[in-house]
Write a protein that binds this ligand. Structure first.
Ligand SMILES: [Zn+2]
Length: 250
């Protein structure tokens, strides 16, 4: 009897909301917040990249539950979601919209994975700095202000050159041969990748940012993207302009 009651109570806690860019499943209050956040992030994605992000079903987990269930999960696709993303808020800086930024970018750049991976792979085939930098554009405003303020502080000391940043891999990268190229300071990596992306977006506009991403997708690095769409002509010039912009009080 007690168990039956508990099951019924849990079922009552489950709620869902259909948004424009994401359908959310979970506890009622969390669902309400998440659908607003996800839709705002989805609109931002559309404004920046000129395309709507792929529709996603977000299952808000608590203590790792509910677990993936092939049959039950089918219901999450009923409003047009193309894949399921399970997300659990953890203490620290991980943000649902940041992770959605990774997923939306990945699908936009590389297409939908043929079979849904068991462990979602967040990174696209873009260079790590660009992948992380784009995702940080989808963090909330408070987090983006922190990146900005801390980057300014970092710039009064020694920070990796843009050539070094563009050649580095994520501080947690496990890709073969990553050891030597791994960015050493995790927080600096986030602040710097965010700062470069914000610089391109704010100073040169969304079209320039799209041009950078399209060039990086070809796998030839950042240099060939420069000198077009109002961007500085060389990495050296970009570095100078970015440092000036990022060091100034915004
Ligand atoms: Zn990230």
């Amino acid at each position: 009897m007690a168990v039956a009651w508990l099951v019924a109570a849990c079922a009552l806690l489950q709620s869902s909301a259909t948004g424009k860019h994401a359908d959310i499943f979970g506890e009622e209050e969390a669902v309400k917040r998440a659908v607003k956040d996800a839709d705002a992030a989805g609109e931002r994605f559309r404004e920046i990249f000129g395309v709507a992000p792929v529709k996603v079903a977000v299952i808000l987990q608590k203590d790792g539950k509910p677990l993936p269930d092939t049959k039950a999960d089918q219901a999450c696709y009923k409003n047009g979601a193309k894949f399921i993303f399970r997300w659990e808020k953890k203490p620290g800086y991980d943000e649902m919209t940041h992770e959605l930024g990774h997923l939306w970018l990945l699908v936009w750049i590389d297409g939908l994975p043929k079979a849904p991976p068991r462990e979602p792979r967040y990174g696209s085939t873009l260079p790590d700095w660009a992948d992380e930098g784009v995702a940080t554009l989808f963090d909330d405003e408070a987090m983006r202000a922190r990146y900005r303020v801390d980057m300014r502080k970092y710039l009064s000391g020694k920070v990796p050159s843009l050539d070094e940043l563009f050649d580095s891999v994520h501080p947690e990268s496990r890709q073969p041969g990553a050891e030597e190229r791994r960015a050493k300071d995790r927080w600096l990596f986030y602040c710097q990748t965010n700062s470069v992306m914000e610089y391109v977006l704010e100073k040169h506009g969304a079209e320039s940012l799209r041009h950078v991403i399209a060039t990086l997708k070809k796998g030839k690095g950042m240099a060939p993207a420069l000198g077009a769409k109002g961007l500085p002509k060389t990495v050296e010039e970009l570095e100078k302009a970015w440092r000036e912009w990022a060091s100034a009080e915004q």
